[in-house]
Design a binder for this molecule. Structure first.
Ligand code: K1U
Ligand code: ZN
Length: 171
């Protein structure tokens, strides 16, 4: 298992639409293991494969509060099949946009269809942080960032700030 470098804004790979996973091979299992290693190290509660530069529809999540009672979840090819009318606002962060937070409104509960690491089709109903996180991660699979849900003014400001930092780091 390897901690992989995170893809950071304004890297254009974050705008890619990721590809379906296909068969669950040893390579896919290796990517998932590296995603958990990277997510726990960051630390984060979720990660989409594109955040380590892999454009496949793979998501890892662990919203447990206790480091000694981990609840790792893997979602392959996840799809929201139902969402509640009720909304919830959460001050979201993103490992690809470090130290920036913004309030995003999303459905409070969602039903998500996905495959597990045995390739078995499953469905869960999520609420609370898990619902927010899975929607944030599915957005990543479609090249959408949480800042795309903010006003143009806020989005432009943060993109400009990270573009400037990237330019400075490259010099
Ligand atoms: O996808 C990502 O960039 C990971 C992101 C997931 C997320 C967080 C909050 C709302 C929606 C989605 C993060 O994990 S940011 C870091 C974070 O929230 C956190 C880190 C340590 C402890 C608790 C939370
Ligand atoms: Zn993110």
């Amino acid at each position: 298992m390897t901690i992989r470098p995170l893809v950071i804004l304004p890297d254009t790979r974050l705008k890619l639409v990721s590809e379906p996973v296909g068969p669950v091979t040893a390579e896919i299992r290796g990517i998932v293991a590296d995603m958990f290693e990277t997510m726990y190290d960051a630390p984060g509660v979720g990660l989409a494969a594109i955040q380590i530069g892999v454009a496949k529809r793979i998501v890892t999540i662990d919203t447990s509060k206790d480091e000694n009672a981990r609840e790792p979840r893997v979602f392959l090819d996840p799809e929201v099949v139902w969402s509640s009318e009720e909304k919830r606002v959460y001050d979201e962060g993103c490992l690809s946009i470090p130290e920036y937070y913004g309030e995003v409104e999303r459905p409070d509960r969602v039903r998500v269809k996905f495959r597990d690491l045995d390739g078995k089709e499953r469905e869960i109903e999520a609420d609370g942080l898990l619902a927010t996180c899975i929607q944030h991660e599915i957005d990543h699979l479609n090249g959408v960032l949480f800042i795309d849900h903010l006003s143009k003014l806020k989005r432009d400001r943060v993109v400009k700030k990270f573009a400037k930092a990237a330019k400075r780091d490259a010099a």
